[in-house]
Design a binder for this molecule. Structure first.
Ligand SMILES: [Zn+2]
Length: 296
């Protein structure tokens, strides 16, 4: 499985936050807009080449100058961002907000990297990852559950313990979606970042936006992959030994006709999390304690 991120690969936050060079005072907006009007007309009329690929492209496979996009099917996107990050004030709580940003985003990237994403990046106060190929849905789901578990198990209690009482409650909201992506590098003067365009990323972000902290919301095309997967659909049975259905219906209004989604309220069980995560990643689907129950 191709993984372009070592476990210690964490984006330098200072770089991500680097300010662009200050605008020159000699900007002539009319000329500037006129130039881009002409450029946009040309771009809108010029044909592009779209190439279907079966393997996830490496950054080196993407072009900047050629009008050539790669199209990849069955990509699963995971988006996670901090709840109420607008309440994190770099005026009022600069120290704590900056430390929280570092701890939350840094840990999220390190956790996601363990599940072999084909691509990941920091976006604002959150991260997103793309999964493709073998067990892409399983790796993406386990990533999402792990991020929300970190949120409820560590992030929230640590904030309560270490920060002032009036610090805003926060935690990760997680969204998952799947579908077709197109990729190209787009940029000017050296900032040639890969661009991933398509519904999976957009929908995953909207699902995360609808979730509360410590929750995970998946679009139907992700949840459908796990229908009948008893390691995903049902709890481990703690604390009384009876596995119960875990997912609940939720409407993500911003997704229009795809608004019917599924919400997972819980994270990994401290006792059975290792076992269940391994089973899901191995592709196991049936459990005696659930199938047997249904047949009884
Ligand atoms: Zn358990």
């Amino acid at each position: 499985m191709a993984n372009h991120f070592g476990e210690d690969h964490v984006f330098a936050l200072t770089e991500a936050l680097a300010l662009r060079k200050a605008a020159s005072s000699s900007i002539k907006v009319n000329a500037l807009l006129g130039d881009q009007h002409d450029r946009a007309r040309k771009d809108l009329q010029a044909p592009v080449e779209i190439v279907d690929v079966d393997t996830f492209p490496k950054p080196g496979d993407l072009w900047v100058d050629k009008r050539k996009w790669l199209r990849i099917k069955n990509v699963v996107a995971v988006s996670a961002d901090l709840k109420d990050s607008t309440a994190l004030s770099f005026n009022k709580y600069a120290q704590t907000s900056a430390r929280l940003y570092e701890a939350a985003t840094g840990s999220a990237v390190r956790l996601m990297a363990k599940f072999d994403p084909q691509f990941m990046d920091i976006q604002g106060d959150g991260i997103f990852g793309l999964f493709h190929g073998e067990r892409a849905f399983e790796r993406a789901l386990c990533t999402g559950i792990t991020l929300k578990s970190f949120s409820v198990r560590s992030l929230a209690p640590l904030i309560d313990e270490l920060f002032a009482d009036n610090f805003p409650d926060t935690g990760f909201k997680v969204g998952l979606s799947a579908g077709v992506l197109v990729a190209k590098k787009v940029g000017v003067r050296g900032t040639n970042e890969p661009v991933w365009a398509g519904k999976p990323v957009n929908y995953a972000v909207k699902c995360a936006g609808r979730a509360d902290r410590h929750e995970l919301i998946a679009t139907a095309n992700v949840y459908d992959k796990f229908v009948g997967n008893e390691y995903v659909t049902h709890s481990c049975g703690c604390p009384n030994g009876v596995p119960v259905p875990l997912w609940v219906d939720v409407e993500v209004e911003k997704l229009g006709k795809h608004s019917r989604c599924k919400l997972l309220p819980v994270g990994w069980c401290k006792v059975h999390g290792d076992e269940f995560c391994a089973a899901i990643l191995d592709g196991d689907r049936k459990r005696d304690d659930v199938s047997g129950q249904a047949a009884a």
